[in-house]
Design a protein around this ligand. Structure first.
Ligand code: GLN
Length: 470
């Protein structure tokens, strides 16, 4: 539960655990690239320096869509196979500046498009809790690496739930900050108005610490906010252990508790709400009336932005280039050979909704509804509600290969895409088990109010006493 729990994990211990869990046919396949020698050398240097930095010597793992100087950044795609960035993502640099040691890059759905990590060009990641199941996605490699104890802190990214949903499936904590709280310099763009950098950890305090370290203004990212970063790690420390949430109003959005929700997950959410009451909070039913439109809106806007962002993979500027006689044929062969089926589907979908004649019917309308969804949240937070509590995902982790229809896969994001559309902070934490599989509960808060979110999450975590590996 403390900084020490993060700091007591060493690079040597990370490699021992990696060797035990990651490789081989039934291994997790959580990593796409690792730096064993470099990280061990950095660990030795850190030990001799006796640094007192927050993360001195702490092994961390980085999702493969965050640029790193020495290891490749492939985004789980063939089109970027072997690509090494000439610069480093700000979030990665900030972790290193705090003393952390990057041990490797983690597996992900190609270009972060997916909810299971099965869309990786380099094979799926397995869920450490049950290796026949997916770890969630798209940041499944980072979630699995933390859940399996290889690292205790990892970076992921979120466009529609890619940190929270895998955190829920793997039984760990995953945080998506406010849009603009963390620099996205060096995060490979998927849908820029929705993309965020997020963190995975095994408890609320470590997640808050990780976020505090990577947050803050960055002149290299024009969308990064200049708001000062509050002491987030302190917000996750419980001062009053009996009624820590006295005065806190927790909203229960009724639209998140419908028939789509597995009744066993619902029961765990109800039990958590009961715990929040016992901790002193007032629980209030609230309505976010446009919730049902979030998935259709997201799956118009995200592909539209993706179709534009992914135009840069043309065989000239980055990575793969196919042999061809002419330029046009080279583009076609590079892109159809380099992108997988889901990425191709999104590019086609996005190009379609942006095309003349359809722009107003799809893209503009989706933008309008996005504003309504954002206003739903603003209204609730303005009415005196401090945080919202919901399930993170409608089901526990499914089996590898079980969900084959893309639309069914999209539905696993129904409770998470809303926070990306509205730009508000949100997080998932373990709240129970269903048939031995982890269930995640989600807190959401008003823009830039991560402090209240962590306070509520830390109190619930304490009440549950179920930190993984504690
Ligand atoms: N599953 C969603 C998608 O495929 C969200 C992914 C993400 O957050 N990167 O777009």
């Amino acid at each position: 539960m403390s900084v020490e729990s993060l700091k007591t994990h060493t690079v040597e211990a990370a490699w021992a655990q990696y060797d035990a869990v990651d490789a081989g046919p039934s291994g997790l396949n959580a990593f796409l690239a690792v730096d064993r020698e470099g990280s061990l050398a950095a660990a030795r240097a850190s030990a001799t320096s006796a640094s007192t930095a927050d993360l001195a010597g702490v092994p961390v793992a980085i999702k493969d869509n965050l640029a790193t100087l020495t290891l490749p950044t492939t985004c789980g795609s063939r089109i970027l196979e072997g690509y090494v960035s000439p610069y480093e993502a700000t979030a990665v640099r900030k972790l290193r500046d705090a003393g952390a040691i990057v041990i490797g890059k983690t597996n992900m759905d190609e270009f972060a498009m997916g909810s299971s990590t099965e869309n990786s060009a380099y094979g799926p990641t397995r869920n450490p809790v049950d290796r026949t199941r997916v770890p969630g996605g798209s940041s499944g490699g980072s979630a699995a690496a933390v859940a399996a104890g290889v690292v205790r802190l990892a970076l992921g990214s979120e466009t529609g739930g890619s940190v929270r949903q895998p955190a829920a499936f793997c039984g760990i904590v995953g945080v998506k900050p406010t849009y603009g709280r963390v620099s996205r310099f060096g995060l490979v763009a998927y849908a820029s108005s929705l993309d965020h950098v997020g963190v995975f950890a095994r408890n609320v305090h470590d997640a808050a610490l990780g976020l505090e370290i990577i947050a803050g203004h960055d002149p290299y990212d024009a969308t990064c906010a200049s708001q000062p970063v509050p002491p987030l790690r302190e917000s996750a420390v419980l001062l009053d252990r009996t009624q820590p949430l006295a005065g806190l109003v927790v909203g229960r959005p009724v639209e998140y508790f419908t028939d789509a929700l597995d009744i066993r997950i619902r029961a765990h959410c109800d039990a958590s709400l009961e715990r929040l009451r016992a901790l002193g909070a007032e629980v209030r039913d609230v309505s976010l009336p446009h919730t049902a439109l979030a998935i259709p809106v997201y799956y118009v806007l995200a592909p539209a932005e993706a179709s534009s962002n992914l135009a840069r993979y043309d065989g000239v500027r980055y990575g793969l280039r196919a042999n061809a006689d002419g330029l046009r044929e080279m583009y076609e062969r590079t892109r159809s050979g380099g992108f997988g089926a889901e990425v191709t589907r999104r590019i086609l979908l996005g190009t379609y909704v942006l095309s003349a004649g359809y722009y107003d019917a799809y893209y503009r309308r989706a933008q309008t509804v996005r504003t309504l969804i954002t206003q739903d949240f603003e209204r609730v937070f303005a009415s005196g509600v401090h945080v919202l509590f919901t399930p993170t995902a409608p089901t526990p982790a499914f089996r590898i290969g079980e969900v084959s229809d893309p639309y069914d896969m999209y539905l696993s994001d129904i409770y998470t895409v809303t926070a990306n559309l509205a730009g508000i902070p949100a997080m998932s934490q373990p709240i129970g088990l269903v048939d031995g599989l982890p269930v995640g509960g989600q807190f959401m808060a008003a823009r830039f109010d991560e402090t209240t979110m962590f306070k509520a999450a830390a109190a619930l975590e304490h009440a549950m006493g179920m930190e993984i590996g504690a």
